[in-house]
Write a protein that binds this ligand. Structure first.
Ligand SMILES: C[S@@+](CC[C@H](N)C(=O)[O-])C[C@H]1O[C@@H](n2cnc3c(N)ncnc32)[C@H](O)[C@@H]1O
Length: 281
C-alpha cells in the first residue's frame, strides 16, 4: 500500500515538537503533575473513557514476561504492565512525556521494572538494544509517525515466532471520521486526510495522523511480516467536550437516549480505535 504522500514528507522533528508541547493525556487530572494523586486520576480517567484498553492489553497476561512499549506517552499503560509484573522497556520520541513517565515509575516504586528510552521508533535499533520480547505493544502511536512501515520493520528485530504484537491505529470507517468530515470539514471529503490530522487529537494540528480500514490495518501488518490473529474496533467518545475538559462527564443527548447495548454495538462497528493483535509470520 502506498503511504499518503504529504504525511510521508513530514519531518519527525515536527512530530516531536507537537507531542512535546502537550503530551498525550497530560491534562487528564487538575492535580499537580508528578504527584501520586495526579497519576491515580490520570489512570482512572483514561480507563473510564477508554475502557476497552485493559481487555486489549491483557496486562495480567504479561506477568514475568518482557514487554516493549512503543510510544509510551506519560506511561499509563507502562505502569499497568509493570504493576501486573512485567519487565517493561518503554520508548517515546519526546523528552517531556518521558520525564512524566519516569516520575510515574518512581512514585509507584517500579523503577526496577521499567527501562525508558528516548528514541524515534522508525530507527528504534539505533537506540534501544536489540533483545527479544514476549509482547510488543503500541497504542495510538504508529499512525502519528511519517513512516509507520519503518516502525514495523524495526519491531521485527525484537520478536521471536512466539511473540505477540498488539497495536492500536485509528479506524478510517468510524463515527469520529464522519464527525470530523461533516462538523469541521463541511463535507470536503477530498481534504479528508488533512482534516483527520487537524482534528484527531485534543490539541488541533497534529502533523501526521494516518487512518486505516480493518483490511488496510491487517494488510499493513502482513506486508511487514505479521499475521493478524484478532481484529477489534472500539471507542466512541460520547461526552460534551466543554464539560469534559472541566472533568464532568455528561453524554451528548443522542448517546444518552440510546440504550447501552446499542451504543456498544456502534462502538464495535464504528469505533475510532482499530486494535490489532498479531504474531510474526
Ligand atoms: C497519542 S500518544 C499515545 C501515548 C500512549 N501510548 C497512550 O496511549 O497514552 C502518541 C505518542 O506517540 C509518540 N510518538 C509519535 N511518533 C513517534 C516515533 N516516531 N517514535 C516514538 N514515539 C513516537 C508521541 O511522542 C506520543 O507520546
Amino acid at each position: 500500500m502506498k503511504p499518503i504522500e504529504s504525511f510521508e514528507q513530514v519531518p519527525v522533528a515536527k512530530v516531536h515538537d507537537y507531542w512535546n508541547a502537550r503530551p498525550c493525556n497530560i491534562r487528564h487530572s487538575p492535580k499537580p503533575v508528578g504527584t501520586r494523586e495526579y497519576f491515580d486520576e490520570v489512570e482512572a480517567r483514561k480507563y473510564m473513557v477508554e475502557y476497552h484498553i485493559p481487555g486489549f492489553a491483557e496486562f495480567e497476561r504479561w506477568k514475568g514476561k518482557k514487554v516493549l512499549e512503543i510510544g509510551c506517552g506519560i506511561g499509563t499503560d507502562t505502569i499497568s504492565f509493570a504493576r501486573a509484573g512485567a519487565q517493561v522497556t518503554a520508548v517515546d520520541l519526546t523528552e517531556k512525556s518521558l520525564e512524566v513517565a519516569r516520575q510515574r515509575a518512581k512514585v509507584f516504586g517500579f523503577e526496577d521494572r521499567v527501562r525508558f528510552y528516548q528514541a524515534n521508533a522508525e530507527k528504534l535499533s539505533e537506540t534501544v538494544p536489540v533483545e527479544k520480547y514476549d509482547l510488543v505493544y503500541s497504542f495510538g502511536v504508529i499512525h502519528h509517525t511519517p513512516h509507520p512501515e519503518a516502525v514495523l520493520e524495526e519491531i521485527r528485530k525484537y520478536v521471536t515466532p512466539q511473540s505477540t504484537l498488539k497495536i492500536m491505529v485509528y479506524n478510517r470507517w468510524s463515527w469520529k471520521v464522519l464527525w470530523i468530515l461533516f462538523v469541521y470539514g463541511k463535507g470536503q471529503f477530498w481534504k479528508l486526510d488533512r482534516l483527520i490530522a487537524e482534528y484527531s487529537e485534543a490539541q488541533t494540528g497534529c502533523p501526521v495522523t494516518y487512518s486505516y480500514s480493518r483490511t488496510a490495518g491487517r494488510e499493513l501488518l502482513r506486508e511487514h511480516g505479521f499475521e493478524t490473529t484478532k481484529t477489534e474496533v472500539d471507542h466512541i467518545f460520547p461526552y460534551y467536550i466543554p464539560e469534559y475538559v472541566q472533568y464532568r462527564y455528561r453524554r451528548m443527548w443522542y448517546w444518552r437516549l440510546m440504550p447501552r447495548f446499542l451504543f456498544r454495538a456502534l462502538e464495535r462497528a464504528f469505533g475510532w480505535h482499530l486494535c490489532l493483535t498479531a504474531r510474526p509470520k
